[in-house]
Design a protein around this ligand. Sequence first.
Ligand SMILES: Cc1cc2nc3c(=O)[nH]c(=O)nc-3n(C[C@H](O)[C@H](O)[C@H](O)COP(=O)(O)OP(=O)(O)OC[C@H]3O[C@@H](n4cnc5c(N)ncnc54)[C@H](O)[C@@H]3O)c2cc1C
Length: 557
Amino acid sequence: MTKPALVVVDDSPTTLHQLEHDLQQKYGNRFRILEATSCQQAIDQLREMNVQNEPVAALLVDADMPEMQGSEFLQIARALYPKARRILLTTYEDSRAAIQAISSALIDYYIMKPWEPPEANLYPALDDLLADWLAFYETSQNQLRLVGHRWSPQMHEIGDFLARNRIPYQWLYVENSSEANQVLTQLGLSLRNLPVVICPDGSYLVKPSLVQLAEKIHLKTHAEQPFYDLIIIGSGPAGLAGGVYGASEGLHTLLIDQEAAGGQAGTSSRIENYLGFPVGLSGSDLACRAVIQAKRFGAEIITPQKATKVRLDGQYRCVELGDGTELRCHVLVLACGVSYRRLDVPGIGHLTGKGVYYGGSVTEAMTCIDEDVYIVGGANSAGQASIYFAKYARHVTMLVRADSLAKDMSRYLIDQIASTPNIEVKTSTHVIAAHGKQHLESITIFNDITQAEQTLPATSLFIYIGAEPHTEWLQGIVRVDEKGFILTGSDLIHEGRLPEDWALDREPFHLETNVPGVFAVGDVRHGSVKRVASSVGEGAMAVMFVHRYLDNIALRT
Ligand SMILES: Cc1cc2nc3c(=O)[nH]c(=O)nc-3n(C[C@H](O)[C@H](O)[C@H](O)COP(=O)(O)OP(=O)(O)OC[C@H]3O[C@@H](n4cnc5c(N)ncnc54)[C@H](O)[C@@H]3O)c2cc1C
């Protein structure tokens, strides 16, 4: 099989030679290094390779080529090889332009010339980019096939679950795919058996539950032990950070998640404001890195498993799971985050999962190719989703209740939306009804300024409207505010008095709930910042208080 290519483009023969040499040294055994002295030569070569179906892993181009800018070349190359990593070679003086190109030309990285020694200035960045590409490439050679109806909520639930666990798959809709119908005939299955998941080895699952699917893709669904030092409910950024720090500091740690590791962040197509990732990274990439890190330190992660009840048994904290098992621990960290508020208008309920979706982007975007998509919401998650959908959909309309995006959205997203021609923003507008029998067919919207009502044909409506905490299952255990967010630390002190049920002679630690040894971190906590970085910070910080708590009760094992 042809080795994937690293394509290098520079008009200086000396630089080109040096780069070819350095790349050959480190990557020559796994990749072909192809050189071009002009962008046109490289484009011709890429077109030919594309016809031959030859893989390209990365493109490295000088930022300042004579016939076109390196960033322009990377945009053209992106149409041919969208997954290839795009890297600009730049000089110290040009680094500002390279930083701008991160947003405008969607480049993945820039490398400053000269890069000697390559061990410090070239290989670390390339290792990371190529590992990421290889993960995609190797798994895409082995993808699952998901056969079902276009408007089946189960299809979307399975697709979402696979996407969030970074398992590559292909949608095959029986409505428009001859392959879907062929596959069903080959397996002796009928439309009554849908959805069906077919694995690369030919085995298949009919109408699988998420637990069956998780087992098939080798996720751990049950805890190994009945007792842990630390149990964390939720493996979003806060829970994963708690897992990494807890396990790395010697605590026997278990994370439990009802969906998939990554939490809300895992559904984000591109997180651009997380420290240390100047070109941004997808939420699933961040989650995948954190999962590996937590496991490397010995944390156990079980998913999908829902925590349904907390019980206190003296100094032990007990967690009941959806499958009826009970696990015990010294310390419990609640990192259960939030999910989108429901849109309460006629027609939405029965169309949810059939054209109406809460959140979602990475999975559903692929199903909206050349369609018109409506996005409800005006904050960052709606903005990110619109930009992502615009890559696949014909037209994206944002329906924003406020009179401007500036009220709730970061400037960088507003700018990206303004420069994306197929996104339209309708402000002072909200959805008042959704219509359709088997699936969404149209929506009625209302403009607060003109008082005009309009019914528009629509097949895809994605809702991103504020958040509700996952705390209904904790009623009677931890104190929450009027919106259901968990009170911790000094927020529990009212008019100088601790809660009546607080039995210790110390005040609750920061992040500790009204139950000693039960902490709350991230979005689910009252007063939290609702950002990836702050959730990660709280998850990490909680572990320090966990140690203090354990020291206090002298229980360290
Ligand atoms: C689409 C989108 C884009 C975003 N983009 C950005 C961005 O660019 N930058 C940024 O800083 N922030 C962004 N955010 C916000 C950020 O993702 C959140 O602030 C962050 O994920 C909160 O982390 P968390 O761990 O507290 O909670 P969550 O991420 O909500 O994770 C909570 C986890 O707990 C699990 N859980 C809940 N209840 C239970 C239970 N009973 N049993 C088991 N598991 C349970 C859930 O399944 C979930 O996985 C975005 C959010 C969304 C939705």
